[in-house]
Design a protein around this ligand. Structure first.
Ligand code: 5GP
Ligand code: ZN
Length: 114
């Protein structure tokens, strides 16, 4: 996807502050952090929204949550608490159409979300 911002970060064409990577995923710091820890966990393969997932992606999505939990633990937030969020399409505020799991930690997070 030549016009996708996260594909460009994955390809190294745009810099990203990487905090984790493996064969299927990368994770980098959000450019506009909403908490002391705000990381985006992103599959290397372009998938536009959660609506585009198929059963073949089940393990991939599971690995995204496991990566988030690992990063939260590394930062000392496993017991304190943290939030993982996928925004999908307009009313949820999705702005980058390459799926990404937000990991937020390091402050008390309000519920319900705004
Ligand atoms: P969404 O609104 O689609 O759920 O989340 C997109 C996220 O990507 C936002 O939190 C936004 O701050 C972040 N973002 C947008 N552009 C860039 C960028 O160029 N680099 C990084 N690291 N994050 C970005
Ligand atoms: Zn992409």
């Amino acid at each position: 996807m030549s016009d996708c911002l996260f594909c460009k970060i994955i390809a190294g064409q745009i810099p990203g502050q990487l905090v984790f990577q493996d064969d299927d995923l990368i994770a980098f710091k959000d450019i506009n952090p909403q908490a002391p820890l705000h990381v985006l966990i992103v599959p290397r393969r372009h998938i536009a929204t959660l609506n585009d997932l198929t059963p073949a992606d089940d393990a991939l999505v599971g690995s995204m949550f496991r990566a988030a939990a690992g990063l939260a633990r590394e930062h000392g937030y496993a017991d304190r608490g943290y939030r993982t969020v996928f925004n999908t399409n307009g009313e949820a505020g999705q702005t980058v159409f390459h799926i990404h799991l937000h990991l937020l930690g390091g402050r008390a997070l309000a519920w319900p979300p705004g």
